[in-house]
Design a binder for this molecule. Structure first.
Ligand code: DC
Length: 235
């Protein structure tokens, strides 16, 4: 199958990551969770007592931070590593969620992570989810999706996700966290979350997980087929 780049952006807690992962699996593409990189950076700054608002701390933090992804051979799950340590579970805690949007406003941190994301997607055949993938990281992505869902649905889904990992969090607290992250992510000066003109919007409030995955896979196959037809017409 032809290789394309699929960019999935949208608000916090829309199910972008799980959807992107399933789409990648179906197409035989690589999934890259750009949010995990901002989360790992947040954990690094928290653990090292570095302040994202102090330029010297930011420099120090970036110099001492290495984020990588490795596939767990037992589960087949892609996991995030920070300086060689598996931080996949730690980066999903509320402590990190409460700080991550602030870290993601810092220009130098974004610059570094965007460059790494672009390197990871260079050979195509990737599905990447985040906030600025279609607008900044891969403005030429062949397929751009903008996912939305209402706040209540997103909060409930996020609560279930945390519960499955053994963290019981009050629904109102989750709602406040998602709303606050949406506000910061959409209003920041650096690469704010926007729906670009060529993105297809999918509201997942009333869709099942299987339906949202199937919609995107269908669109991706159309794009791949069109590219193939186009190429053969020009041979
Ligand atoms: O996708 P997520 O909820 O795990 O992302 C965590 C935070 O990282 C999110 O609140 C904003 C930031 N982020 C970003 O600014 N740009 C991205 N491409 C991905 C995430």
């Amino acid at each position: 199958m032809g290789k394309i780049v699929i960019a999935i952006d949208g608000y916090s807690g829309c199910g972008k990551s799980s959807t992107a992962k399933a789409v990648a699996k179906d197409l035989g593409f690589t999934y890259i969770d750009s949010g995990a990189m901002y989360r790992a950076a947040t954990l690094h700054f928290l653990n090292s007592y570095l302040s994202p608002s102090n330029p010297q701390d930011v420099k120090k933090g970036l110099e001492s931070m290495k984020i990588t992804f490795l596939i767990n051979p037992e589960t087949g799950r892609q996991e995030t590593y920070l300086n060689g340590l598996n931080v996949e579970d730690e980066i999903r805690t509320m402590a990190v969620s409460e700080k991550v949007s602030e870290i993601a406003t810092v220009k130098e941190i974004r610059k570094e992570l965007v460059a790494q994301q672009q390197r990871l997607g260079r050979s195509k055949g990737v599905v990447m989810d985040g906030r600025d993938i279609g607008s900044v990281v891969f403005p030429d992505a062949e397929l751009k999706i903008f996912m939305t869902a209402n706040l209540d649905t997103r909060s409930f889904r996020r609560q279930q996700e945390l519960l499955e990992k053994g963290e019981l969090v009050d629904l109102e607290m989750i709602k406040r966290n998602l709303a606050e992250r949406d506000r910061i992510d959409s209003s920041r000066a650096e690469s704010p979350l926007v729906k670009v003109a060529d993105a297809v919007e999918i509201d997942t409030s009333n869709l099942t997980f299987e339906e949202q995955v199937a919609q995107i896979v269908h669109m991706a196959k159309e794009v791949i087929d069109n590219a193939k037809d186009h190429a053969s017409n020009h041979r």
